[in-house]
Design a protein around this ligand. Sequence first.
Ligand code: ASP
Length: 451
Amino acid sequence: MKVVKFGGSSLASGNNVDKALNIIKSDPDRKIIVVSAPGKRNAADIKVTDLLITYAYTSLRSNNYDNIANKIFKRYELIAQYFDLPEKELAEIKRLLFALPKLDYPNADYRMATFKAHGERLNAMLTAKILQHQGIKARFLEPKDVGLIVTGTPNNAEVNPETYINLKRIQLQTDERIIFPGFYGITPSGHIATFSRGGSDITGAILARGFNVDLYENFTDVDAIFSANPSIIDHPKPIKKMTYQEMRELSYAGFSVFHDEALIPAIQGEIPVNVKNTNAPEKPGTLIVPEDNFVPQRTITGIAGGKNFAALYLRKYMLNKGSGFTLKLMEIFNKHHVSYEHMPSGIDDLTIIFKKDALSDQLIDVICNEIQTSLNPDQMQWIDDYAITMVVGEGMKDKLTLCASILYPLGKKNISIQMINQGASQISIMIGTRRQDEEAVIKTIYDNFNA
Ligand code: ASP
């Protein structure tokens, strides 16, 4: 049995949905289907999830929300019309959509989560109806029906382990397809809460683990995961196979094909993940597998770069001899709910690397003030244009001259390296540079190892 997940771009129009349905119908093992909300049909289009966010705000300000609600409904209606689904089949979808502003919510965050989740909820209902209309036995099931329980905050929820006990109890009939909405779960008190954006991948992985399937197929709009960003490298090599750990390290610095949190349930359940293209399902895509028995074919599997980092450089003489400096620093971060990515340190200094979008200018000033007052560093510098490049490969383990062969060509090109960090697993090297150098770093390393 397989779990199959289709992303928003694969379900954006009737034509796309048709391709997705053909993929489902071509394999009886594709029994559990997870859907995203309809995505963009072209570059200028707006994802249904984003329309729902606008709907949530508009309906909070006034009762004049028919325009935006109709615009959202139209997206589903157009898909339904493509399949000649009778208009009456859409009545429930319309009712649920227009009722959203009138429901009671514990607070504004739950309200927003419920609006957002309806992109997937209504799409799963619609997909089930289209399949039934085509004479296929399809059943709409959603988190409350199977006990997909989440905790955490309403718009950034996490799966609760109880979910896996609940899923074990669900009986599936042999000839039916389950159509399940991605992106949300229910809280212990029964409210809707969503994962972070792009979180339908997470739902697919939870169901894959919960139903202990043989394969989790994740259909998107690219042929495979590439060994480097195609907007930087011309026709980079596709990755045929890689390990969970490689994928984790790559998605961390910017490989956004597959949600990085989504890998965790797959890892826990040891379910292989196959990323494939809805527009070219015959292509093998990228297979992500457990580390055991994995034989790397190349030294470097992939190079990923993230430009959206910032760093705080702190110098304090005798840092290595004193105690409590880092603890006080952590207390300041903790007080302001700031999480950091890395903290490489030296004898007299340390650099703390942050994801930029988590910090506002005001917060940066507050934190720097507090550090200055309570820790009195000898030097403090905020570097706003930090980039991180991750070089990842199971084949990098125990390669003696690897660092030299990565760094030497960069030096020859006068690229200044701010930081280098080899992961404890030995399968990744992280290189910190200024933002303007990041593309040159990726190109140089890629050319050097693929020449
Ligand atoms: N529809 C949600 C989003 O746009 C979740 C997803 O597509 O995976 O973030």
